[in-house]
Design a protein around this ligand. Structure first.
Ligand code: T46
Length: 136
């Protein structure tokens, strides 16, 4: 269902190591306005628990591993991010939770807009009513 949200990034490797490029023309489908990263997450912590109204984001696990649960109000799917050349798109109106962070996890998130608390939907029932207006 959410398979299309997974993006494989091209790794340019040679005897020195590897390099991955993210740019607007190749693999970034949006204009980048903000980047942030999450690290040092404590054991058994789950983050997220929200959807965004308009924001589109791309998550890449730069180190360690983390699981992401995506929920469009109809289906839920869990993804394990462990590879530097794998990214997960978190589209608008997708409820998401991040969990099972390894101790060394560094989760990079690229976003197409600045931080706006008004873009967050933090109430799950509110999210369901927006994701599926027929339910409300
Ligand atoms: C998301 C997932 C994947 C800022 O001041 N500016 C920012 O750009 C961000 C992202 C956060 N903050 C502040 C807001 C909170 O006081 O940092 C604090 C932690 O943010 P939050 O509790 O929203 O963190 P997560 O891990 O639950 O969610 C974050 C992003 O906020 C969110 O957009 O999609 O990562």
């Amino acid at each position: 269902m959410f398979k299309k949200f997974k993006v494989v990034l091209k790794s340019i490797s040679d005897e020195r190591g590897s390099l991955i490029v993210l740019d607007r023309y190749e693999n970034l489908t949006f204009d980048l306005k903000r980047a942030y990263y999450i690290y040092g997450t404590q054991k058994n912590i789950t983050r997220g628990f929200h959807a965004h109204r308009k924001l589109t984001q791309l998550a890449i696990c730069l180190n360690g591993s983390v699981k992401l649960m995506l929920d469009d109000g109809f289906h839920k799917e869990n993804f394990l991010l462990t590879k530097k050349d794998e990214a997960l798109m978190v589209a608008p109106l997708i409820w998401h939770e991040m969990y099972d962070f390894s101790k060394d996890c560094i989760l990079l998130v690229l976003a197409n807009d600045y931080y706006k608390e008004s873009d967050y939907i933090r109430d799950y029932n509110k999210f369901l009513s927006l994701a599926n207006p027929q339910n409300s």
